[in-house]
Design a protein around this ligand. Structure first.
Ligand SMILES: [Zn+2]
Length: 518
Protein backbone atom coordinates (compact mmCIF):
# COMPACT_ATOMS: atom_id res chain seq x y z
CA UNK A 1 0.00 0.00 0.00
CA UNK A 2 1.39 3.31 -1.04
CA UNK A 3 2.40 5.65 1.73
CA UNK A 4 0.51 8.88 1.89
CA UNK A 5 1.25 12.04 3.80
CA UNK A 6 -1.12 14.71 4.95
CA UNK A 7 0.45 18.15 4.86
CA UNK A 8 -0.91 20.18 7.72
CA UNK A 9 -0.61 23.94 7.63
CA UNK A 10 1.44 25.28 10.53
CA UNK A 11 -0.60 26.83 13.29
CA UNK A 12 0.19 29.93 15.33
CA UNK A 13 0.58 29.02 19.04
CA UNK A 14 -2.24 30.36 21.25
CA UNK A 15 0.17 32.43 23.35
CA UNK A 16 1.66 34.22 20.32
CA UNK A 17 -0.59 37.25 20.72
CA UNK A 18 -0.62 38.56 24.28
CA UNK A 19 -2.81 41.46 25.29
CA UNK A 20 -1.20 42.78 28.44
CA UNK A 21 -3.48 45.73 29.20
CA UNK A 22 -6.34 44.42 31.38
CA UNK A 23 -8.83 46.83 29.84
CA UNK A 24 -7.90 46.17 26.21
CA UNK A 25 -10.14 43.86 24.14
CA UNK A 26 -10.47 43.01 20.49
CA UNK A 27 -13.75 44.65 19.40
CA UNK A 28 -16.39 41.98 18.74
CA UNK A 29 -19.17 44.12 17.24
CA UNK A 30 -19.25 43.10 13.56
CA UNK A 31 -20.26 46.66 12.60
CA UNK A 32 -16.99 47.94 14.08
CA UNK A 33 -13.69 47.86 12.26
CA UNK A 34 -10.95 46.32 14.44
CA UNK A 35 -8.04 48.79 14.62
CA UNK A 36 -4.68 48.10 13.03
CA UNK A 37 -2.58 46.49 15.77
CA UNK A 38 -5.28 43.98 16.67
CA UNK A 39 -6.15 42.61 13.21
CA UNK A 40 -6.44 38.88 12.59
CA UNK A 41 -3.25 38.99 10.49
CA UNK A 42 -1.44 40.47 13.49
CA UNK A 43 -3.02 38.16 16.10
CA UNK A 44 -2.48 35.03 14.01
CA UNK A 45 0.09 35.54 11.21
CA UNK A 46 -0.44 32.00 9.85
CA UNK A 47 -4.18 32.42 9.36
CA UNK A 48 -4.97 32.26 5.66
CA UNK A 49 -8.64 33.14 5.58
CA UNK A 50 -11.46 34.25 7.81
CA UNK A 51 -15.17 35.02 7.69
CA UNK A 52 -15.98 38.63 8.47
CA UNK A 53 -18.47 41.44 7.88
CA UNK A 54 -18.36 44.51 5.64
CA UNK A 55 -18.39 47.71 7.71
CA UNK A 56 -18.37 50.20 4.83
CA UNK A 57 -17.80 50.45 1.08
CA UNK A 58 -17.28 53.28 -1.38
CA UNK A 59 -15.66 53.81 -4.77
CA UNK A 60 -12.02 54.78 -4.32
CA UNK A 61 -11.54 58.51 -4.79
CA UNK A 62 -7.88 58.35 -5.67
CA UNK A 63 -6.69 54.81 -6.37
CA UNK A 64 -3.26 54.19 -4.87
CA UNK A 65 -0.55 54.24 -7.51
CA UNK A 66 2.46 51.95 -7.39
CA UNK A 67 5.46 53.88 -6.05
CA UNK A 68 7.41 53.28 -9.24
CA UNK A 69 4.66 53.78 -11.81
CA UNK A 70 7.02 55.20 -14.40
CA UNK A 71 7.07 54.86 -18.13
CA UNK A 72 8.46 51.55 -19.26
CA UNK A 73 11.57 51.33 -21.47
CA UNK A 74 9.54 51.79 -24.63
CA UNK A 75 8.23 55.07 -23.24
CA UNK A 76 4.69 53.74 -22.90
CA UNK A 77 2.95 55.19 -19.86
CA UNK A 78 1.42 52.66 -17.44
CA UNK A 79 -2.05 51.44 -18.32
CA UNK A 80 -4.82 53.16 -16.40
CA UNK A 81 -5.64 51.24 -13.23
CA UNK A 82 -8.91 49.35 -12.98
CA UNK A 83 -11.54 51.15 -10.88
CA UNK A 84 -11.14 50.32 -7.20
CA UNK A 85 -13.41 50.14 -4.21
CA UNK A 86 -12.44 51.05 -0.67
CA UNK A 87 -13.81 48.42 1.68
CA UNK A 88 -13.56 48.44 5.46
CA UNK A 89 -14.05 45.04 7.08
CA UNK A 90 -14.71 44.11 10.69
CA UNK A 91 -11.50 42.05 10.67
CA UNK A 92 -8.98 40.89 8.10
CA UNK A 93 -6.20 38.39 7.43
CA UNK A 94 -4.66 40.89 4.97
CA UNK A 95 -1.90 43.07 6.38
CA UNK A 96 -1.93 46.78 5.51
CA UNK A 97 1.56 48.04 4.80
CA UNK A 98 3.52 49.23 7.83
CA UNK A 99 6.73 48.79 9.81
CA UNK A 100 8.64 48.54 6.54
CA UNK A 101 6.52 45.58 5.42
CA UNK A 102 4.58 46.02 2.17
CA UNK A 103 0.85 45.41 1.86
CA UNK A 104 -0.60 41.97 1.35
CA UNK A 105 -2.67 41.06 -1.68
CA UNK A 106 -5.60 38.69 -1.49
CA UNK A 107 -9.17 37.79 -2.36
CA UNK A 108 -12.54 38.89 -1.05
CA UNK A 109 -15.32 36.36 -1.63
CA UNK A 110 -18.90 37.60 -1.61
CA UNK A 111 -21.80 35.70 -0.03
CA UNK A 112 -22.71 34.49 -3.56
CA UNK A 113 -19.28 32.90 -3.86
CA UNK A 114 -17.76 35.37 -6.34
CA UNK A 115 -14.09 36.17 -5.83
CA UNK A 116 -12.85 39.78 -6.06
CA UNK A 117 -9.18 40.69 -6.16
CA UNK A 118 -7.76 42.79 -3.32
CA UNK A 119 -4.98 44.79 -4.99
CA UNK A 120 -3.67 46.47 -1.87
CA UNK A 121 -4.48 47.18 1.76
CA UNK A 122 -3.48 50.51 3.26
CA UNK A 123 -3.77 51.90 6.73
CA UNK A 124 -5.90 55.04 6.98
CA UNK A 125 -5.62 56.43 10.49
CA UNK A 126 -6.20 53.37 12.63
CA UNK A 127 -7.99 51.17 10.09
CA UNK A 128 -7.13 48.84 7.21
CA UNK A 129 -8.71 49.89 3.91
CA UNK A 130 -9.00 47.14 1.29
CA UNK A 131 -8.64 48.34 -2.31
CA UNK A 132 -10.71 45.88 -4.31
CA UNK A 133 -10.56 45.72 -8.11
CA UNK A 134 -13.88 46.10 -9.90
CA UNK A 135 -12.44 44.34 -12.96
CA UNK A 136 -15.01 43.03 -15.43
CA UNK A 137 -17.90 43.71 -13.08
CA UNK A 138 -19.66 47.03 -12.49
CA UNK A 139 -19.37 49.39 -9.52
CA UNK A 140 -23.08 48.75 -8.85
CA UNK A 141 -22.46 44.97 -8.68
CA UNK A 142 -19.68 45.59 -6.18
CA UNK A 143 -21.70 47.99 -4.04
CA UNK A 144 -24.46 45.37 -3.92
CA UNK A 145 -22.15 42.37 -3.23
CA UNK A 146 -20.32 44.16 -0.43
CA UNK A 147 -23.03 46.33 1.11
CA UNK A 148 -22.40 47.23 4.76
CA UNK A 149 -23.40 44.38 7.06
CA UNK A 150 -22.83 41.68 4.41
CA UNK A 151 -20.96 38.56 5.51
CA UNK A 152 -17.90 37.87 3.31
CA UNK A 153 -14.75 35.80 3.35
CA UNK A 154 -11.29 37.34 3.13
CA UNK A 155 -8.37 35.14 2.01
CA UNK A 156 -4.70 35.48 1.24
CA UNK A 157 -5.07 33.13 -1.75
CA UNK A 158 -2.09 31.29 -3.25
CA UNK A 159 -0.23 34.33 -4.55
CA UNK A 160 -0.98 36.31 -1.39
CA UNK A 161 0.24 33.46 0.81
CA UNK A 162 3.55 33.16 -1.08
CA UNK A 163 4.04 36.90 -0.82
CA UNK A 164 3.16 36.96 2.88
CA UNK A 165 5.46 34.04 3.76
CA UNK A 166 8.32 35.83 2.05
CA UNK A 167 7.57 39.12 3.83
CA UNK A 168 7.19 37.39 7.19
CA UNK A 169 10.48 35.51 6.88
CA UNK A 170 12.39 38.60 5.76
CA UNK A 171 10.79 40.85 8.37
CA UNK A 172 11.35 38.47 11.28
CA UNK A 173 14.92 37.93 10.09
CA UNK A 174 15.44 41.69 10.11
CA UNK A 175 14.44 41.85 13.80
CA UNK A 176 16.89 39.04 14.57
CA UNK A 177 19.69 40.58 12.51
CA UNK A 178 19.21 44.09 13.97
CA UNK A 179 19.19 42.67 17.51
CA UNK A 180 22.42 40.70 17.00
CA UNK A 181 24.15 43.67 15.32
CA UNK A 182 23.24 45.84 18.28
CA UNK A 183 24.16 43.30 20.96
CA UNK A 184 27.40 42.17 19.39
CA UNK A 185 28.81 45.34 17.81
CA UNK A 186 26.58 48.14 19.16
CA UNK A 187 25.47 48.82 15.60
CA UNK A 188 22.05 50.45 15.55
CA UNK A 189 19.78 49.84 12.62
CA UNK A 190 19.27 53.29 11.06
CA UNK A 191 16.69 52.01 8.57
CA UNK A 192 15.88 48.89 6.66
CA UNK A 193 14.22 47.98 3.37
CA UNK A 194 12.17 44.96 2.54
CA UNK A 195 13.04 45.17 -1.15
CA UNK A 196 10.92 43.72 -3.93
CA UNK A 197 11.14 39.93 -4.27
CA UNK A 198 13.58 38.31 -4.91
CA UNK A 199 16.38 40.84 -4.39
CA UNK A 200 18.23 40.82 -1.05
CA UNK A 201 16.82 43.18 1.60
CA UNK A 202 19.12 45.32 3.70
CA UNK A 203 19.63 47.04 7.02
CA UNK A 204 21.43 50.37 7.10
CA UNK A 205 24.02 50.58 9.84
CA UNK A 206 26.39 53.37 10.98
CA UNK A 207 29.57 51.86 9.55
CA UNK A 208 30.94 49.26 7.15
CA UNK A 209 31.65 45.76 8.49
CA UNK A 210 34.47 43.35 7.79
CA UNK A 211 33.79 39.92 6.27
CA UNK A 212 34.80 38.36 9.59
CA UNK A 213 32.30 40.47 11.55
CA UNK A 214 29.55 39.62 9.07
CA UNK A 215 30.36 35.91 9.32
CA UNK A 216 30.23 36.11 13.12
CA UNK A 217 26.83 37.84 13.04
CA UNK A 218 25.50 35.27 10.57
CA UNK A 219 26.76 32.42 12.72
CA UNK A 220 25.16 33.83 15.86
CA UNK A 221 21.83 34.51 14.10
CA UNK A 222 21.69 30.98 12.76
CA UNK A 223 22.43 29.55 16.19
CA UNK A 224 19.21 31.18 17.39
CA UNK A 225 17.47 29.86 14.29
CA UNK A 226 18.73 26.36 15.08
CA UNK A 227 17.44 26.70 18.63
CA UNK A 228 14.08 27.76 17.16
CA UNK A 229 13.67 30.72 19.49
CA UNK A 230 10.03 31.63 19.84
CA UNK A 231 8.54 34.94 18.80
CA UNK A 232 5.49 36.55 20.39
CA UNK A 233 3.73 39.90 20.37
CA UNK A 234 2.71 41.99 23.38
CA UNK A 235 -0.07 44.48 22.89
CA UNK A 236 -1.11 47.24 25.22
CA UNK A 237 -3.11 50.42 25.11
CA UNK A 238 -1.29 53.53 24.01
CA UNK A 239 -0.69 55.99 26.80
CA UNK A 240 -2.14 59.45 26.40
CA UNK A 241 1.39 60.53 25.58
CA UNK A 242 1.86 57.48 23.43
CA UNK A 243 3.94 59.44 20.98
CA UNK A 244 6.81 59.12 23.45
CA UNK A 245 6.83 55.48 22.53
CA UNK A 246 9.66 55.75 20.10
CA UNK A 247 13.05 54.17 19.48
CA UNK A 248 15.92 55.13 17.24
CA UNK A 249 14.65 53.00 14.38
CA UNK A 250 10.95 52.55 14.96
CA UNK A 251 8.20 54.98 15.75
CA UNK A 252 4.45 54.93 15.76
CA UNK A 253 3.33 56.84 12.67
CA UNK A 254 1.95 60.29 13.48
CA UNK A 255 -1.37 59.52 11.80
CA UNK A 256 -1.89 56.22 13.63
CA UNK A 257 -5.07 56.37 15.72
CA UNK A 258 -5.58 52.70 16.53
CA UNK A 259 -4.91 53.14 20.22
CA UNK A 260 -2.58 50.17 20.76
CA UNK A 261 1.15 49.70 20.92
CA UNK A 262 2.59 46.45 19.84
CA UNK A 263 5.95 44.99 20.82
CA UNK A 264 7.50 42.07 18.97
CA UNK A 265 9.60 39.87 21.24
CA UNK A 266 12.13 37.22 20.19
CA UNK A 267 12.67 35.19 23.34
CA UNK A 268 15.87 36.24 25.09
CA UNK A 269 17.10 38.30 22.15
CA UNK A 270 14.97 41.25 21.23
CA UNK A 271 11.98 43.37 22.11
CA UNK A 272 11.00 45.94 19.54
CA UNK A 273 7.91 47.96 18.63
CA UNK A 274 6.48 46.89 15.29
CA UNK A 275 3.12 46.48 13.56
CA UNK A 276 4.23 43.89 10.98
CA UNK A 277 3.48 40.21 10.73
CA UNK A 278 6.19 38.00 12.17
CA UNK A 279 6.79 34.27 12.17
CA UNK A 280 5.89 32.65 15.53
CA UNK A 281 9.39 31.17 15.76
CA UNK A 282 12.81 31.48 14.17
CA UNK A 283 12.62 27.87 12.97
CA UNK A 284 13.63 27.46 9.32
CA UNK A 285 14.55 31.08 8.78
CA UNK A 286 18.26 30.35 8.01
CA UNK A 287 19.71 33.80 7.58
CA UNK A 288 22.26 34.44 4.84
CA UNK A 289 24.25 37.68 4.87
CA UNK A 290 25.99 38.89 1.74
CA UNK A 291 29.64 38.88 2.86
CA UNK A 292 30.27 42.60 2.33
CA UNK A 293 28.66 45.94 3.11
CA UNK A 294 28.01 48.77 0.64
CA UNK A 295 29.15 52.11 1.98
CA UNK A 296 26.85 55.09 1.63
CA UNK A 297 27.40 58.72 2.29
CA UNK A 298 24.50 61.07 2.53
CA UNK A 299 24.73 64.76 3.09
CA UNK A 300 22.10 67.37 3.79
CA UNK A 301 22.73 71.11 3.92
CA UNK A 302 26.42 70.91 4.58
CA UNK A 303 26.38 68.02 7.01
CA UNK A 304 27.30 64.60 5.80
CA UNK A 305 27.19 61.24 7.47
CA UNK A 306 28.37 57.88 6.33
CA UNK A 307 26.68 54.56 6.77
CA UNK A 308 26.62 51.14 5.16
CA UNK A 309 24.12 48.61 3.93
CA UNK A 310 24.25 44.99 4.99
CA UNK A 311 22.19 42.76 2.70
CA UNK A 312 20.40 39.64 3.88
CA UNK A 313 18.23 36.78 2.63
CA UNK A 314 16.04 34.25 4.41
CA UNK A 315 13.20 31.80 3.80
CA UNK A 316 11.77 31.40 0.27
CA UNK A 317 13.80 34.34 -1.00
CA UNK A 318 17.02 32.64 0.03
CA UNK A 319 16.05 29.49 -1.91
CA UNK A 320 15.21 31.58 -4.98
CA UNK A 321 18.53 33.40 -4.70
CA UNK A 322 20.47 30.14 -4.39
CA UNK A 323 18.63 28.66 -7.36
CA UNK A 324 19.26 31.63 -9.66
CA UNK A 325 22.87 31.96 -8.52
CA UNK A 326 23.42 28.26 -9.15
CA UNK A 327 21.85 28.56 -12.61
CA UNK A 328 24.08 31.51 -13.50
CA UNK A 329 27.16 29.60 -12.38
CA UNK A 330 26.14 26.43 -14.22
CA UNK A 331 25.47 28.32 -17.47
CA UNK A 332 28.78 30.19 -17.18
CA UNK A 333 30.81 27.08 -16.41
CA UNK A 334 29.19 25.30 -19.40
CA UNK A 335 30.16 28.20 -21.69
CA UNK A 336 33.72 28.14 -20.34
CA UNK A 337 33.89 24.31 -20.37
CA UNK A 338 35.06 24.11 -16.78
CA UNK A 339 33.72 23.22 -13.35
CA UNK A 340 32.02 25.84 -11.16
CA UNK A 341 35.01 26.38 -8.85
CA UNK A 342 37.24 27.09 -11.87
CA UNK A 343 34.94 29.83 -13.23
CA UNK A 344 36.71 32.85 -11.61
CA UNK A 345 40.11 31.67 -12.87
CA UNK A 346 38.79 30.94 -16.39
CA UNK A 347 36.99 34.29 -16.59
CA UNK A 348 40.23 36.04 -15.62
CA UNK A 349 42.04 34.09 -18.36
CA UNK A 350 39.42 35.10 -20.94
CA UNK A 351 39.66 38.75 -19.90
CA UNK A 352 43.47 38.67 -20.09
CA UNK A 353 43.41 36.96 -23.49
CA UNK A 354 40.90 39.48 -24.78
CA UNK A 355 43.03 42.38 -23.57
CA UNK A 356 46.07 40.94 -25.37
CA UNK A 357 44.02 40.28 -28.52
CA UNK A 358 42.69 43.84 -28.60
CA UNK A 359 46.22 45.19 -28.21
CA UNK A 360 47.45 42.95 -31.02
CA UNK A 361 44.60 44.05 -33.33
CA UNK A 362 45.46 47.67 -32.61
CA UNK A 363 49.12 47.04 -33.42
CA UNK A 364 48.31 45.16 -36.61
CA UNK A 365 45.81 47.83 -37.70
CA UNK A 366 48.41 50.53 -37.19
CA UNK A 367 50.87 48.55 -39.29
CA UNK A 368 48.23 47.92 -41.96
CA UNK A 369 47.27 51.61 -41.98
CA UNK A 370 50.90 52.42 -42.82
CA UNK A 371 50.84 49.95 -45.74
CA UNK A 372 47.54 51.32 -47.07
CA UNK A 373 48.94 54.85 -46.88
CA UNK A 374 52.08 53.78 -48.77
CA UNK A 375 49.94 52.10 -51.42
CA UNK A 376 47.91 55.33 -51.76
CA UNK A 377 51.16 57.24 -52.32
CA UNK A 378 51.73 55.10 -55.41
CA UNK A 379 48.45 56.21 -57.00
CA UNK A 380 49.07 58.17 -60.25
CA UNK A 381 47.38 61.30 -58.95
CA UNK A 382 49.79 61.40 -56.04
CA UNK A 383 52.88 60.07 -57.71
CA UNK A 384 52.54 62.33 -60.76
CA UNK A 385 54.04 65.71 -60.25
CA UNK A 386 51.85 67.19 -63.01
CA UNK A 387 48.75 67.48 -60.81
CA UNK A 388 48.90 70.47 -58.51
CA UNK A 389 46.78 68.70 -55.93
CA UNK A 390 46.79 64.94 -55.34
CA UNK A 391 43.09 64.05 -55.27
CA UNK A 392 42.35 60.55 -54.08
CA UNK A 393 39.54 58.39 -52.84
CA UNK A 394 39.58 54.95 -51.34
CA UNK A 395 36.76 52.73 -50.17
CA UNK A 396 37.18 49.82 -47.82
CA UNK A 397 34.92 46.97 -46.76
CA UNK A 398 35.53 46.52 -43.07
CA UNK A 399 33.47 44.90 -40.31
CA UNK A 400 35.41 46.63 -37.55
CA UNK A 401 33.31 48.10 -34.75
CA UNK A 402 35.36 51.27 -35.09
CA UNK A 403 36.06 51.68 -38.79
CA UNK A 404 36.51 55.42 -38.34
CA UNK A 405 39.48 54.86 -36.04
CA UNK A 406 41.16 52.81 -38.75
CA UNK A 407 40.49 55.45 -41.42
CA UNK A 408 41.93 58.00 -39.01
CA UNK A 409 45.09 55.89 -38.65
CA UNK A 410 45.39 55.65 -42.46
CA UNK A 411 44.94 59.42 -42.76
CA UNK A 412 47.61 60.09 -40.16
CA UNK A 413 50.03 57.73 -41.92
CA UNK A 414 49.22 59.27 -45.32
CA UNK A 415 49.77 62.83 -44.11
CA UNK A 416 53.18 61.92 -42.72
CA UNK A 417 54.08 60.14 -46.03
CA UNK A 418 52.74 62.92 -48.26
CA UNK A 419 55.00 65.47 -46.64
CA UNK A 420 54.58 68.76 -48.52
CA UNK A 421 52.52 67.28 -51.39
CA UNK A 422 49.17 69.12 -51.64
CA UNK A 423 46.33 66.63 -51.31
CA UNK A 424 42.61 66.13 -50.93
CA UNK A 425 41.57 62.66 -49.84
CA UNK A 426 38.28 60.94 -49.13
CA UNK A 427 38.32 57.63 -47.34
CA UNK A 428 35.16 55.59 -46.79
CA UNK A 429 34.39 52.29 -45.15
CA UNK A 430 31.30 50.07 -45.16
CA UNK A 431 30.51 46.78 -43.46
CA UNK A 432 30.39 43.67 -45.65
CA UNK A 433 26.64 43.26 -45.17
CA UNK A 434 24.51 46.37 -45.60
CA UNK A 435 21.44 46.44 -43.44
CA UNK A 436 19.08 49.17 -42.31
CA UNK A 437 21.27 49.92 -39.34
CA UNK A 438 24.73 49.48 -40.82
CA UNK A 439 26.92 52.54 -41.06
CA UNK A 440 29.17 53.83 -43.79
CA UNK A 441 31.94 56.01 -42.48
CA UNK A 442 33.41 58.82 -44.59
CA UNK A 443 36.55 60.72 -43.72
CA UNK A 444 37.59 63.81 -45.70
CA UNK A 445 40.97 65.37 -45.16
CA UNK A 446 43.34 67.53 -47.08
CA UNK A 447 46.11 70.05 -47.05
CA UNK A 448 43.77 72.92 -47.92
CA UNK A 449 41.24 73.82 -45.29
CA UNK A 450 39.06 75.64 -47.77
CA UNK A 451 38.65 72.65 -50.06
CA UNK A 452 38.00 70.24 -47.27
CA UNK A 453 35.36 72.59 -45.96
CA UNK A 454 33.82 72.89 -49.43
CA UNK A 455 33.53 69.13 -49.70
CA UNK A 456 32.10 68.84 -46.21
CA UNK A 457 29.62 71.68 -46.70
CA UNK A 458 28.53 70.35 -50.07
CA UNK A 459 27.86 66.96 -48.62
CA UNK A 460 25.93 68.46 -45.72
CA UNK A 461 23.90 70.57 -48.16
CA UNK A 462 23.18 67.47 -50.25
CA UNK A 463 21.91 65.73 -47.11
CA UNK A 464 20.07 68.78 -45.82
CA UNK A 465 22.04 68.80 -42.59
CA UNK A 466 22.94 71.89 -40.60
CA UNK A 467 25.66 72.07 -37.98
CA UNK A 468 27.38 69.11 -36.41
CA UNK A 469 26.35 66.35 -34.13
CA UNK A 470 24.17 63.36 -34.89
CA UNK A 471 21.34 64.38 -37.15
CA UNK A 472 18.49 62.31 -38.48
CA UNK A 473 16.82 63.30 -41.69
CA UNK A 474 15.03 61.95 -44.71
CA UNK A 475 18.20 60.43 -46.06
CA UNK A 476 19.14 58.56 -42.92
CA UNK A 477 21.48 60.03 -40.40
CA UNK A 478 24.70 61.90 -40.69
CA UNK A 479 27.22 62.39 -37.96
CA UNK A 480 29.63 65.22 -38.50
CA UNK A 481 32.50 64.58 -36.18
CA UNK A 482 34.02 67.97 -36.80
CA UNK A 483 37.56 69.01 -37.27
CA UNK A 484 40.57 67.26 -35.96
CA UNK A 485 43.69 69.08 -34.79
CA UNK A 486 46.20 69.99 -37.43
CA UNK A 487 48.71 67.27 -37.95
CA UNK A 488 52.34 67.55 -38.85
CA UNK A 489 53.52 70.46 -40.86
CA UNK A 490 50.55 70.46 -43.17
CA UNK A 491 47.45 72.45 -42.74
CA UNK A 492 45.12 69.49 -42.61
CA UNK A 493 41.49 69.48 -41.74
CA UNK A 494 39.52 66.28 -41.18
CA UNK A 495 35.83 65.87 -41.70
CA UNK A 496 34.24 62.57 -40.99
CA UNK A 497 30.75 61.35 -41.59
CA UNK A 498 28.76 58.32 -40.63
CA UNK A 499 26.13 57.59 -43.21
CA UNK A 500 23.36 55.14 -42.51
CA UNK A 501 21.93 53.07 -45.32
CA UNK A 502 19.94 52.92 -47.52
CA UNK A 503 21.06 56.33 -48.86
CA UNK A 504 24.71 56.05 -47.89
CA UNK A 505 25.77 54.65 -51.23
CA UNK A 506 24.07 57.52 -53.03
CA UNK A 507 25.69 60.04 -50.74
CA UNK A 508 29.09 58.49 -51.11
CA UNK A 509 28.67 58.52 -54.90
CA UNK A 510 27.72 62.22 -54.73
CA UNK A 511 30.80 62.86 -52.68
CA UNK A 512 33.02 61.09 -55.18
CA UNK A 513 31.30 63.10 -57.95
CA UNK A 514 32.23 66.30 -56.17
CA UNK A 515 35.80 65.13 -55.91
CA UNK A 516 35.97 64.72 -59.68
CA UNK A 517 35.69 68.50 -59.97
CA UNK A 518 39.07 68.93 -58.34
ZN1 LIG B 1 8.76 44.07 12.63
Amino acid sequence: MAASALVLPPVTPPDYHRIISPSLNVPSDPQTSIPVGLLACQRDPLLRESATTVVSIRPAEAPPQPKRAKKDKSGTPPAPASPLLEILLHDTVLFPEGGGQPSDIGVLTSAEGHAWEVAEVKRAGGHAVHYVKVGEKSIEDALHAFAAGTKVSVQLGDAGLQRRLDHMCMHTSQHLLSAVLERRYQLDTLSWSLTAYPTPSYVEIPRAMSAEEIAAVQEECNRYVFEGRRVHVEVQELDADGKNYRTASKAIPDDYTGGVKRTVVIDGIDSNPCCGTHAPSLHNLQLFLLPHTDSLSRGTSGTSTSSARLYFLAGPRLITHLTSTHNFLTATSATLSCGGPQVPERVQQVVDERRRAVKRVEDVELELAGHVAQEMMLAPSVASASAAVAVLRRHRVDDSVNALAFLGAVATAFVSEAAARAHLVVLSSSPSAQTGTSTTVVLVFGSDDRRVKEIGDALKARLGVKGGGRVRGGVGSLRVCGRRPRRGRLSTRFWDFELRTPKSRTCTRDLYGMLAAY
